[in-house]
Ligand binder design. Structure first.
Ligand code: HEC
Ligand code: HEC
Length: 306
């Protein structure tokens, strides 16, 4: 797949980053608009009860409040709905990273029996579009969902007052003693790689194979993709299984060095954070909430001028 690079999408949000876009599916306003309509279209689900937006709620940074996803006929999945913001920059999709591009990604929930439970042919007949038009439009819309212009971004761009003193201390813990940046790195706070933090391991038992289902390598048991931390305050509960309810619980989890298991990532260890350091770290994480833009409407407006 040849890639075109789209920078213009994100410039209004101050994200100085090129977005990889397939040469077969260049971004156009028409496709984004069509994708937006499909994203909210319940005909994509078997009983016409849910759309993409039912799980990826725009009010919650395109995630939801449940621990795990609930699809058609109340069918429960086993994983937490990820926030889909700035995913146009992504290199690995799904918690186990089994897909590497958005065109392939967006048609999987349609066909997943626990999510929308349709075939592409059925959806195609219902909405009167070819399957690749559906995939291209949905992928283009997902690329248009962007978050930026957070207090953290303004701080990085030189506004030293954009973060409070507490948040700045939290940033130091994030980069230093907390060692968070060994995985949550770059403008979107993810290395797009898979790591075993032990969330899937309880008392030596593996509850979700994670990456192992893709690679069949023993050391990948319980490895999951590093999620972005942008808008993290709006996307509780946390982790691939929604097992942690608050950011305080997440910080406690890392403070104890994750969950013990035979393949724990070597970047995790006991952190010995003080109560004060934990508080500042949570305050810093909250500073990653910014301005969310989606669709053609949001694309061309200048930073800080809504
Ligand atoms: C029933 C709830 C549900 C519906 C409906 C749903 N999703 Fe998802 N979505 C999820 C869950 C859960 C995951 C993570 C699944 C996994 O990794 O195993 C996910 C993952 C994704 C991802 C990957 C995010 C990442 O960073 O890895 C994208 C993009 C996405 N969905 C877009 C869509 C689109 C587009 C639609 C509509 C065609 C849709 N979803 C419908 C629950 C849902
Ligand atoms: C070894 C890599 C690694 C390090 C170091 C790391 N993380 Fe993570 N982080 C991950 C992975 C992988 C996940 C998803 C784990 C899962 O669900 O099984 C995650 C999940 C999270 C989540 C939940 C995100 C969501 O959408 O559910 C938060 C919040 C978080 N990390 C914050 C931090 C903080 C704060 C630190 C530093 C104290 C840190 N992480 C250190 C890899 C890492």
């Amino acid at each position: 797949m040849r890639l075109l690079l789209a920078a213009v999408l994100a410039i209004p949000l101050g994200l100085d980053l090129y977005m990889p876009v397939s040469e077969d599916n260049p971004i156009t306003p028409e496709k984004i608009e069509l994708g937006r309509r499909l994203f909210h279209d319940r005909r994509l689900s078997r009983d016409q009860s849910i759309s993409c937006a039912s799980c990826h709620d725009p009010e919650r940074a395109f995630s939801d409040a449940r621990p795990v996803a609930v699809g058609v006929f109340g069918r429960q999945g086993n994983r937490n709905v990820p926030a889909i913001i700035n995913r146009g920059y992504g290199r690995a999709f799904f918690w186990d990273g089994h897909v590497d591009n958005l065109e392939e990604q967006v048609v999987q929930p349609i066909q997943n029996p626990k999510e929308m439970d349709m075939t592409l042919a059925e959806v195609s007949a219902r909405v009167g579009l070819a399957p690749d038009e559906i995939a291209n439009a949905l992928a283009s819309y997902v690329r248009s969902i962007l978050s930026g212009a957070s207090p953290f971004d303004r701080f990085v761009y030189g506004d030293r007052d954009a973060l409070t003193a507490e948040e700045q201390l939290g940033l130091q813990v994030f980069r230093g003693k907390g060692n968070c940046t060994s995985c949550h790195v770059g403008p979107n706070f993810t290395d797009e790689k898979l790591h075993n933090t032990g969330v899937a391991w309880r008392d030596g038992e593996l509850l979700d194979p994670g990456r192992f289902a893709v690679t069949n390598k023993r050391e990948d048991q319980g490895a999951f993709k590093t999620p972005s931390l942008r808008e993290i305050e709006r996307t509780a509960p946390y982790m691939h299984d929604g097992s942690l309810d608050t950011l305080e619980e997440v910080v406690e989890f890392y403070n104890r060095g994750g969950n013990r298991n035979p393949y724990l990532d070597s970047d995790l260890r006991r952190l010995h954070l003080t109560a004060e350091e934990k508080k500042t770290l949570v305050a810093f994480l909250r500073s990653l909430s910014g301005d969310i833009r989606e669709g053609v409407q949001g694309l061309w407006r200048p930073l800080n001028n809504p």
